[in-house]
Design a protein around this ligand. Sequence first.
Ligand code: NAP
Length: 245
Amino acid sequence: MRLLVLGGTGEARALAAALHPGHDVITSLAGRVRDPRLPVGQVRIGGFGGPAALAEWLRRESIDAVVDATHPFAERISASAATAAAQAGVPLVLLRRPGWAAGPGDVWHRVGSLDAAALAVASLGERVFLTTGRQGLAAFADCPQWFLIRCVDPPDPPLPARSEVVLARGPYTVDGETGLMREHSIDVLVTKDSGGPLTAAKLAAARDLGVPVVVVDRPAAPDVPVVDTVAAALAWLGVSNLSAG
Ligand code: NAP
């Protein structure tokens, strides 16, 4: 099979590894991260130019199926892929890891957007650990609180006036997250509902420290078939791989 995997996640890398070398896999990355973790197999970098151009690309490359394994908050590419695959008559599945769920001891405030998160923070704390990534930080630009902003690459302004940026890439440990939050006297954590284990340690650290968490809900997924594990994506493709998780 000749497959397009829309990537940018650990699941996309795991899927490419499970399909390689038996299948012809092209993983596509947006090109936002300066030094991305690359999957095995072919990689293409950069946008396609919208759904019509992606549909044309799928036809030209004789792609048999598309797996959209992008991040749950990468809303535009998922919508574009759904439209393009339908236009090109190519089967598409969305591989989306489950969101996080609050457990005993968690104090979570779910909100619908980064703007709503900025409002929620105002009543919850003074020293904010902001882990929503480098896009969309303008929503917090007018907040008077102090922010510890963690992202992979340096964020673009505008940023909150009182802030410090720490550049890091997961996975993180509970001990590490607890130490970081203690060191900076964090009293509220802000996160997207990204799901998955790689960045979940901050949630356990917040629970242990009694720090409230503002969780930004995911945008709606497009109306396409959805699976939530790499193994299920392989099954959808009709490929067996016992080691995939
Ligand atoms: P987005 O807003 O959904 O996409 C913006 C545009 O970037 C798309 O319209 C598309 O351009 C291009 N694009 C995005 N992902 C692409 C891919 N995998 N391959 C080729 N083109 C892609 O996406 P985003 O939120 O900026 O995220 C960019 C990438 O980072 C995604 O691939 C995602 O998996 C990864 N990521 C995102 C987040 C997050 O919080 N948003 C977190 C971790 C990783 P064209 O319209 O020109 O095709």
